[in-house]
Design a binder for this molecule. Sequence first.
Ligand code: DGL
Length: 258
Amino acid sequence: MNNSPIGIYDSGLGGLTVWREVRRALPGESIVYLGDGKHCPYGSRPREEIARLADRAVAALVDRGCKMIVVACNTATAAAIDLLREKYAPMPIVGMEPAVKPACIATRSGVVGVLATERSLDGALFRRTAARYGEGIEVVAVPGTGFVELVESDRESTPEAEACVRRAVAPMLRAGADQIVLGCTHYPFLLSLIERVVAGHDVSIIDPSPAVARRVVQLLDRFDLRAEPGRRADLSFLTFADESYRLRLEQKAMASLG
Ligand code: DGL
């Protein structure tokens, strides 16, 4: 038993899509969410800079006494997960896996689309995963240019957002993709828009966040880290930006629980 919080980190608001799933799966666990905010978006920054930012964020969560860390950011996972696991061992650190495997298993057309940030798509983690599971399958990877900025500025339901999504998804639909993987934790906030854009195309959208929450549950059990039953879970929010950003994190998180 361990009543310390689980730490969840992202460049900004995106990791709240993972926070929501962890919260639903583990209502008895305290969670500290850190949304950097000051350096968001990470997606086209140099890998070394992202690794430094991720290290600083994980150090802040470790300082808060977290018992486990979830790097709820595909870009930071791609840039730094090995370094973080080594530096903070034996702390269990869960990263984001691009959900290429379930998409490759589910595809009937043999074409899978992957939306992610520039830095995630040119990283070794994505290349390895695509090579491992994508044999004989065409993987159409497209950066979600502008997606993170749209989510960060609450412009998910604007004509501009629709134009951005149409532009990114068009090459996938042209190639005959029947699975589209959301490879960035900000993108599920654009889910209803993406669904509208692909309507009539028989496409499934894959959001890996429920699978990440299942992994967190598994690791809590494996390391015997569950909180004592009956304790009140504490939910807190941190940022490297300002207090108004911290409040936005909190409000968006609570609104996401529905
Ligand atoms: N939410 C992040 C991800 O999953 C990063 C987005 C960004 O800051 O560019 O990749």
